[in-house]
Ligand binder design. Structure first.
Ligand SMILES: NC(=O)c1ccc[n+]([C@@H]2O[C@H](COP(=O)([O-])OP(=O)(O)OC[C@H]3O[C@@H](n4cnc5c(N)ncnc54)[C@H](O)[C@@H]3O)[C@@H](O)[C@H]2O)c1
Length: 442
């Protein structure tokens, strides 16, 4: 039986998206899930001496079928051979159906950073909606596997390229999503390392290059800015007119100031050259798709803190909270963010717009919520959970104490509000991560 997901008002969610500003972005949730919840491979079929592991693999296949409600035909069926510890890769024999749009409706969209957490989900939505999508990514933190299910589709193109170098293409819409945050050093798991020069270079040079491209092609330009532009805010919740409180020389400055200068550039091109711009200030977002850097991010409080907590709880390891756990954050689920980005892109709003979920948790409360959900899911699957501990480690420098979006502008100008409860998004993620762990791909 497929998983039932309820929205904030208790209604079952079967689709995401809406028809707004003349742009219909509604798609079936099951179709989307068949892309991001698909298994990486299946265990070799009908072995006469099936081991427990293989049988467990079959169970996982069934588990995935629960998520993806009959859309298995669109899943890749790479086969794992336990005897030789090898894998035979297959490509999709059939792509998921995409809308047939007339040439005037079909947009040519470039998504830079399109292989990342956010980008890959945006790409899935735009593809299913029938647009032509080019992903530009250097795969620094993203992974080809997040969008590989579209490779070969006539509407899709993937380019390995670094945005700090100029890039030429013809297009209508440009969405810029890269952030350049390297993994922490494996030998220093508790220290977050910045390649600060590359980080700020990506923000500045990448945005400059892409704005130049938007100017030349007259494409509409959307930049994914961040709540980090507010720094450690003195105003709570943060609204778009607040100028922020950022340490310009601290270890986080390369990211925070990088995004601030990217916004400055964006409005420079808007005022000076008439580039049609949209600025989304994204608050912490959690995402079910697994990218390569599960436990390595410079910012342990961004969307990836969620992945870290889930993985630790499922493995029965202590869950690590940085600081005393009293700092607050709010988390939005990816589908709400993608709805917001598409609504913003198609609206006339050129001012910055906050996109985030206003439900505020302390990080300590959030860790407990994740632990409860992991235990609930384990019990439902017939496993008696072992209660893991939540441990506290020193807080990184300059980390903000409070972060919650004021989304009044998004409500008024985009008629956008988050629909997903944190609990629902987390449940989906926990089930998926659990399946991935048994499969061996996490
Ligand atoms: N996820 C969140 O919670 C969150 C919160 C606030 C803002 N944002 C913003 O949203 C955007 C996407 O975030 P994400 O979570 O998907 O991050 P991500 O790291 O998963 O994705 C970024 C993508 O950009 C690519 N990239 C990095 N440097 C590049 C370069 N120089 N050239 C080409 N590609 C490059 C990476 O390989 C990756 O695929 C970022 O701009 C980020 O600042 C995200």
């Amino acid at each position: 039986m497929p998983i039932r997901t309820l929205d904030k008002n208790g209604n079952v969610i079967t689709t995401v998206g809406f028809n707004r500003f003349g742009f219909d972005c509604e798609v079936s949730l099951d179709v989307l899930r068949s892309l991001y919840l698909r298994p990486h491979y299946v265990i070799t079929a009908s072995s006469p001496t099936a081991t427990n592991d293989e049988l467990e693999g079959k169970m996982e296949e069934l588990q995935h079928a629960r998520f993806t409600g009959g859309y298995g035909a669109y899943q890749s069926k790479s086969i794992f051979h336990p005897d030789s510890q090898s894998i035979s890769y297959t490509t999709l024999s059939r792509f998921p159906p995409v809308k047939l749009l007339s040439p005037s409706q079909r947009k040519r969209i470039l998504v830079t950073g399109g292989a990342g957490f956010v980008g890959s989900h945006l790409v899935d939505r735009l593809m299913i909606l029938g647009h032509e999508v080019t992903v530009l990514d250097n795969f620094f933190t993203g992974s080809k596997t997040t969008v590989s299910h579209w490779v070969g589709h006539p509407n899709f193109e993937m380019v390995r390229h670094d945005v700090v170098e100029p890039f030429m293409i013809e297009l209508n819409h440009l969405t810029i999503l890269p952030r350049n945050i390297p993994p922490c050093m494996p030998c220093l798991p508790s220290h977050y390392q910045f390649n600060s020069v590359k980080t700020i270079k990506t923000s500045f040079m990448g945005t400059l290059n892409m704005l130049g491209l938007a100017k030349r092609t007259k494409a509409r330009f959307l930049i994914s800015s961040t709540s980090e532009v507010y720094g450690d805010p003195e105003v709570h919740p943060q609204h778009e007119d607040y100028w922020g409180h950022v340490n310009p020389i601290g270890p986080r400055a390369c990211y925070d100031e990088g995004k601030r200068v990217a916004e400055t550039l964006t409005y420079g091109f808007h005022r000076q050259d008439g580039v049609d711009v949209r600025v989304a200030r994204i608050f912490n977002t959690y995402v079910p798709r697994i990218c390569i850097l599960i436990s390595s991010t410079v910012n342990p409080f961004d969307g990836r803190v969620v992945s870290n907590f889930i993985v630790q709880a499922l493995r029965g390891e202590d869950m690590t909270v940085y600081g005393d756990g009293k700092q607050t954050r709010s988390f939005q689920y990816i589908h709400d963010l993608v709805d917001g980005l598409i609504a913003l892109m198609n609206s006339d709003e050129t001012r910055p717009v906050n996109l985030g979920n206003g439900d505020e948790f302390t990080i300590g409360e959030f860790a407990e919520l994740v632990r409860d959900i992991v235990e609930k899911v384990q019990r439902e699957d017939g496993v008696e959970p072992r209660r893991v501990n939540i441990i506290y480690k020193p807080m990184p420098t300059d980390d903000p104490q409070k972060r919650r979006p004021d989304t009044t502008r998004a409500k008024q100008t985009l008629q956008w509000e988050p629909r997903w409860t944190v609990r629902m998004g987390l449940e989906e993620m926990v089930r998926y991560y659990k399946a991935k762990m048994v499969e061996g791909s996490l």
